[in-house]
Design a protein around this ligand. Structure first.
Ligand code: SIN
Length: 286
C-alpha cells in the first residue's frame, strides 16, 4: 500500500498544481523567457527530485532559451540516433504524422543504454492534436516501494544489460548499410546498470529497468531473466504511481529520468504531433 506523502507548496511567487499524490506538479506563474535566478533553479531542482516531473504551460520561448534552461541543470547530450536540429543539435525533433506513426508508447527512461544515462529531459509541445497524445509518467521509487519484501531482496544486488538495438533496427529499416549499423553498435555498446539504483540527490532507491532498453539480467538464465524483467516492467503500468499530462502548444514537461519512467500515448495517429526534447546528461547509476 502506498503511503500518502505531504505535497510541497509553492515558493518564490509560484503556485503548484499537483497532478497526483505521488508524481507530477505544474508550476504556475513561471516565465522561462525571463532570466531565472540560481535560487529558483535550485528550488526547481528540488521540486523535480521530489515530484519526478514538473510542467510549465504557455512558454513561447526560442530553441536557444529551451537549451539554455536545460543547461542550468547539467551538460546536454547530442542523441546519436534521432533527428536533431541543424542549428541546435541538442534539440531532438520527435515528429509524428500519417507517414510517421508514433512508436514511443512503451514505458522507459531515456537513453539507459548509455554508460552515463540521462539526469532529465525537457520536452516541449510544438504542435499537438486537440485530443490525444498525452504522456504518462510513473514514479519508479514508488514502484520499488510497492514490491514485496522477497522481491526487493532478490533484486537489490542484481545488474541488468541495456542496449539500443531498437534504434539499430530503425537504422536498418531506413536503409542504413550493415557497416554503418556495426559502426554505431561499436560506438554505443550495451551498458550495465544496477536493477535498483539509488538517487544521487535524494538517496532513495528506484527500479531502474525499462521495457524499451533493458535486455537481460546478468548472471541469470535467459528464462529467469525474462520472467523477472516482465514482472518488473509491469510495475510502471500501476495507475496508483502515475500521472497523465495533457499537452497544449508550448507546454513543457521536465522529468527526472533517474526516478521516473514515461510513456507517450499513440492514440492520435494519423494526426500530427510534434515535440522537441533536450536531454541532460546524468551520472553513472549506482
Ligand atoms: C520521449 O519519450 O522522450 C517523448 C515523450 C513524448 O513524446 O511524450
Amino acid at each position: 500500500m502506498l503511503k500518502f506523502q505531504a505535497l510541497p507548496e509553492g515558493k518564490h511567487g509560484f503556485e503548484l498544481l499537483h497532478l497526483s499524490p505521488v508524481i507530477g506538479t505544474e508550476v504556475l506563474g513561471i516565465d522561462l523567457a525571463e532570466p531565472t535566478s540560481d535560487k529558483v533553479i535550485r528550488w526547481l531542482r528540488e521540486l523535480l527530485v521530489k515530484r519526478k516531473v514538473i510542467f510549465f504551460r504557455d512558454q513561447d520561448i526560442s530553441k536557444q532559451q529551451h537549451v539554455d534552461f536545460a543547461r542550468r541543470f547539467g551538460d546536454l547530450e547530442v542523441h546519436p540516433f534521432t533527428v536533431n536540429n541543424e542549428d541546435y543539435p541538442e534539440v531532438i525533433h520527435l515528429d509524428n504524422d500519417r507517414e510517421h506513426p508514433p512508436f514511443i508508447n512503451i514505458w522507459h527512461s531515456d537513453v539507459t543504454w548509455r554508460r552515463n544515462p540521462s539526469l532529465g529531459s525537457v520536452l516541449r509541445a510544438v504542435d499537438v492534436p486537440a485530443v490525444g497524445g498525452d504522456t504518462l509518467f510513473a514514479n519508479m521509487e514508488a514502484a520499488y516501494d510497492a514490491l514485496d519484501e522477497p522481491t526487493r531482496r532478490q533484486i537489490d544486488k542484481l545488474v541488468a544489460v541495456h542496449d539500443n538495438e531498437g534504434f539499430l533496427l530503425g537504422m536498418k529499416a531506413n536503409g542504413a548499410s550493415d557497416d554503418a549499423i556495426e559502426e554505431k553498435r561499436k560506438q554505443f555498446p550495451p551498458s550495465t546498470h544496477p536493477v535498483v539504483r539509488t538517487h544521487p540527490e535524494s538517496g532513495k532507491k528506484s527500479l531502474y529497468v525499462n521495457a524499451a532498453f533493458t535486455r537481460n539480467i546478468k548472471d541469470m538464465s535467459d528464462r529467469d531473466s525474462q520472467g523477472l524483467l516482465r514482472k518488473l516492467f509491469q510495475t510502471a503500468s500501476n495507475p496508483d504511481i502515475q500521472c497523465r499530462f495533457r499537452w497544449r502548444k508550448n507546454s513543457f514537461a521536465f522529468w527526472d529520468n533517474r526516478g521516473a519512467q514515461h510513456y507517450a500515448t499513440a492514440d492520435y495517429w494519423p494526426l500530427t504531433r510534434k515535440m522537441e526534447r533536450v536531454t541532460i546528461v546524468g551520472d553513472r547509476p549506482h
